[in-house]
Every structure is written in C-alpha cells, then in structure tokens.
Design a protein around this ligand. Structure first.
Ligand SMILES: *C/C=C(C)/C=C/C=C(C)/C=C/C1=C(C)CCCC1(C)C
Length: 244
C-alpha cells in the first residue's frame, strides 16, 4: 500500500518518489502563496504590486504542481508540457519583478520586454530540445543557455544592475541576491535537462555528476522550490526594509 497522497484514480505507481516531490511542491507553493497574499494588507503601497506578483508566481506553480502530480501518477511520465506552461507564465513574471524594482530609477518597458523575450527564447528552445527535437537536444540546450546567460548578464552587469544601483541601497542589495538566484538557482535547470537527456549530454549523466538517484523531475522540482519561493521572499524582504 502506498500512502494516501500517492494514490491516483488509476493507481499506478507504488513508492513513486517523483510524485511525492510534486505533492510536497504543491503544498510549499500553496503555503507561500497564502503567505504573500495575506501579507499584502500590511505591505507599503509602493511595494504591493511586487509582493502580489510573488504570490502569483507561487500560486500559478501550485496549480501546475497539482496537475503535474496527477499526470505523473497516472502515466508514470514527466509532465513536460505542463512544466513548460508553468515556466512560460512564471519566468516572465520574475522578469516583471526586476522591472518593478528598477522602475523608480528609470526601468523601462523596453527593458522588461528584453528580459521577457530572452526568457521565452530560453524556454521555447529548451522545450524543443526536450520534446520535438530530442536528437538535437545539445544544440537546443546551447541556444537556450545563451539566452539564459543574456539574462544573467542583464541582471549582473546590464541595465537591471545599473538601475538597481542607482535606485537605493536596499534595491541594489535585493538585486544582488536575486542575481545569485538567477546565476546559481537557475543553473539547477540545465542540470535537470542534462540528466533528462537519454544517454546524458556532453558525456555527463546523473551518476557522473555525483547526483545519481536524482531524476530530471526531482531536480526541476528542487529548482522551482528554491527559485520561486526564494525569489518571492527576497522581494518580500525588500518591501519590508523600504517601508520603514
Ligand atoms: C520558476 C521557474 C524557473 C525559474 C525556471 C527556469 C528555467 C530555466 C532557467 C531553464 C533553463 C534551461 C537552460 C539554461 C538550458 C537547457 C534547457 C532549460 C530550459 C532547462
């Protein structure tokens, strides 16, 4: 007997640890959403939209995680389509966060679109490499990686960094922390992509990376928990430090 939270209507997977991480993910994203939404009433007006967006990111993820858990239990497969729908909604919203925190110092919608465009290129090419064009997953992974590094560049050295520095010490500090999330936290995803590619990529596999036992979905789920909730908390902390 598997525990109740692993049972599906077409009971398939016993001891399905992947589905278990989807279950934990659903709970964590739901709890984070409730937190961000409830804190809105005591958030300074200037930061309300930012904290609201933090809650929307985790809320959208919670709904997707609920579906992904069911999909994984019933089919035993990776819910790749739902995963990418989730990311295509939530990653642009993270770009919106960068726009919102730099807006006071002159962040423009042009900058926002640059970030969103890069993130969509990163995700669409990643999706191609994981699904339709499996045979050329190296090429699609590299293109996706280039778009990713462009985002890293914008946040660390480009317009986002410059505007954040010009804004206030608190915004500059928050941007630095968000920059670490983008550089280190987001780097978890290419790891999942490598592990999920049959035969591995560039001769790398879960075993050779020292993370044998972790599969692609578990790695993506860890990445989402770290990045969506962590990112939101940085914005929340900023909203508190600036309202004093
Ligand atoms: C909440 C979801 C987030 C922050 C998702 C981020 C996803 C990425 C940074 C994905 C990046 C990828 C590459 C850089 C190369 C391989 C393909 C991807 C899409 C996994």
């Amino acid at each position: 007997m598997s525990p109740f939270f692993l049972q599906a209507s077409h009971a398939v997977a016993e001891n399905n640890y992947v589905a278990f991480t989807f279950f934990i993910g659903t709970m964590a994203m739901m709890a984070a959403s409730v937190f961000f939404f409830f804190e809105l009433s005591t958030t300074d007006k200037a930061w309300r939209t930012s904290v609201l967006v933090s809650g929307l990111i985790t809320f959208i993820a919670a709904v997707h995680y609920y579906y992904m858990r069911g999909y994984n239990l019933e089919t035993g497969d990776s819910p790749t389509f739902f995963r990418y729908v989730d990311w295509t909604l939530t990653v642009p919203l993270m770009c919106v966060e960068f726009y919102l925190i730099t807006k006071k110092a002159g962040g423009t919608s042009g900058l926002l679109w640059k970030l969103i465009f890069a993130s969509v290129v990163m995700l669409v090419t990643g999706y191609f490499g994981e699904t339709i064009y499996r045979d050329s997953s190296v090429m699609w992974g590299v293109i996706s990686g280039l778009a990713y590094f462009y985002i890293v560049y914008l946040v660390w050295f480009g317009d986002v960094a410059k505007l954040a520095t010009a804004s206030s010490p608190a915004v500059a500090k928050a941007n630095k922390t968000l920059g670490w999330f983008v550089l280190v936290g987001w780097a978890i995803y290419p790891l999942g992509y490598i592990v999920g590619t049959p035969g591995g990529l560039f001769g790398m596999s879960a075993e050779s990376l020292g993370i044998g036992g972790l599969n692609m979905d578990i790695i993506y789920n860890i990445g989402d928990a770290v990045n969506k909730i962590g990112f939101g908390l940085v914005i929340y902390a900023l909203s508190r430090s600036e309202s004093k």
